[in-house]
Design a protein around this ligand. Structure first.
Ligand SMILES: [Zn+2]
Ligand SMILES: [Zn+2]
Length: 279
């Protein structure tokens, strides 16, 4: 079994409209590409902040700018397809009840929880960036993994997305002075406690850092904590489905992980990872 659940129906461009992308024809392009990539379980996980209803959760200016679409129209078109219905939902500390309200009323097969912001500052965009000359990387790394731990413990999510997203920029003065394992610790504890699935994502291979999320050491700590894993590419177009999966399968094998999570109606089961990846 190979899965690709963390999949966006469009690029992160403001002009990539729902009308052009939340369509049966667009979904069919993904289904065909998934078949070619040997992916048996395809799901979509559009960003929560691109839906108007997300503004009831958080009214950050970034969200105000991007929240344009109708979440139910998205749910409807995906639910009518053979693919699984998911969402990439940001963890907003203090807004747990409102997030749960939005999620529980809809027929999701899985919910992927993400941390893209610390406070009102962004980790992975230039706009609203947390990284400036006053930033102490150690402090940001500490807060990031503590927030990730809170996201896991919130019970809102089935999968913890790109667990060490903070490394996205590579070195560039944004690495901590201490061994990263020190910062991982609170997140690993929360993962062990809650059993949330940890995402193994090949998206990091497309970013400046050039490695899978999570890092080898993070992965090793998860395996020691007996964690469960979910496999995705964070594709934003059909051609990115199963992106660099041979490397991901090798990564899982190297860490002794033989099974990955499969979701249906927010129930989870484990299936053996396919050993070979068709191209
Ligand atoms: Zn994300
Ligand atoms: Zn994503």
């Amino acid at each position: 079994m190979l899965t690709d659940y963390h999949v966006h129906l469009r690029q992160d461009h403001i002009d990539a409209t729902a009308e052009n992308h939340f369509t049966t024809a667009n979904i069919e392009r993904y289904i065909e590409a998934a078949g070619q990539a040997g992916i048996q379980e395809l799901g979509f996980a559009e960003h929560m902040y691109r839906f108007t209803e997300a503004l009831t959760i958080w009214d950050h200016p970034f969200w105000q700018e991007w929240a344009l679409d109708d979440i139910d129209a998205y749910c409807e078109v995906v639910a009518a397809s053979p693919a699984r219905l998911g969402i990439e939902a940001d963890f907003v500390p203090g807004a747990e009840d409102r997030i749960s309200n939005l999620l529980d009323r809809r027929p999701f097969d899985f919910v992927i929880g993400s941390v893209h912001f610390i406070g009102d500052r962004s980790l992975d965009t230039e706009e609203f960036t947390i990284w400036d000359e006053r930033t102490d990387p150690d402090e940001i790394w500490r807060r990031y993994f503590e927030t990730l731990a809170d996201a896991a413990r919130s019970g809102l999510f089935d999968v913890l997305a790109h667990p060490d997203l903070i490394k996205i920029w590579g070195r560039a003065g944004r690495r901590p002075s201490r061994d990263p394992r020190f910062f991982y610790e609170p997140a690993i504890e929360a993962i062990a406690e809650t059993g949330i699935a940890v995402e193994v994502s090949t998206a990091g291979l497309r970013k400046e850092v050039g490695e899978i999320y999570p890092a080898e050491d993070f992965m090793e700590m998860c395996v020691e904590a007996d964690a469960t894993f979910a496999l995705s590419s964070d594709a934003h177009e059909p051609g990115q489905l199963g992106f660099e999966y041979p490397a991901a399968v090798e990564f899982l094998e190297r860490h002794g992980v033989g099974r990955i999570a499969v979701f249906d109606g927010r129930d989870r089961r484990l299936e053996p990872v396919a050993r070979t990846v068709s191209s």
